[in-house]
Design a protein around this ligand. Structure first.
Ligand SMILES: [Zn+2]
Length: 193
């Protein structure tokens, strides 16, 4: 991944405030710096080999990370929050897309704004390329499902990491698998006596 402006969160934290958009709408620009610091503390910048910064906070129902701005304050999308902290306001009506196609990623260098139509085109492109190449890995079968459940139960990997490792579009697909809402027919293999 190259050619994207690399601005670290640390650099941004040292810069003056003045963010508009989602953050200004929520009055975040007036908040203390502690909200930003609390946000970045939930981000794992080290464990992904593709340079993705993995959100370790809560998830929203649409498969994106969610960050609560504070007590009795709304939940915002973590990647949108990260984008605005570093790049400034998201234009009205724009969506924030991922260069890296990893919904759990909040690395500002992997995020770009587009229109909803761009987002659709982007998704279609990525699905098309996925079908041609790595989709072999995306095919789940009974054994893969057992493996995913075991790895999750043993704490080997988070939902995000499993989604990425098995070429599944969203962590919620993995969540449904480990909670046995899908692939219900797959039983544990009994290795017992
Ligand atoms: Zn990324």
């Amino acid at each position: 991944m190259s050619g994207f402006p690399i601005i670290t969160a640390d650099q941004r934290l040292a810069e003056p405030r003045g963010v508009k958009g989602v953050l200004a709408d929520q009055g975040v620009a007036k908040q203390s710096r502690s909200t930003e610091q609390r946000f970045w503390r939930k981000v794992d910048r080290d464990s992904d080999s593709h340079g993705c910064w993995i959100w370790r906070g809560g998830c929203s129902s649409n498969g994106y990370g969610g960050f609560r701005l504070g007590y009795r304050r709304p939940m915002v999308a973590a990647h949108r929050f990260a984008y605005e902290l570093v790049h400034g306001a998201i234009p009205p009506g724009a969506v924030v897309c991922h260069h890296c196609d990893n919904r759990g990623c909040v690395n500002p260098a992997h995020l770009f704004v587009g229109t909803p139509a761009d987002n659709m085109r982007d998704m279609v492109c990525k699905q098309r390329s996925a079908l041609g190449t790595r989709n072999v890995n995306a095919k789940l079968d009974d054994d893969t499902v057992r493996e995913i459940r075991t790895r999750y139960r043993n704490g080997d990997a988070s939902l995000w990491e499993l989604a990425r490792a098995y070429g599944v579009a969203s962590h919620s697909t993995i969540s449904a698998i480990v909670r046995k809402r899908t692939w219900k027919h797959v039983r544990e293999v009994n290795h017992g006596i």
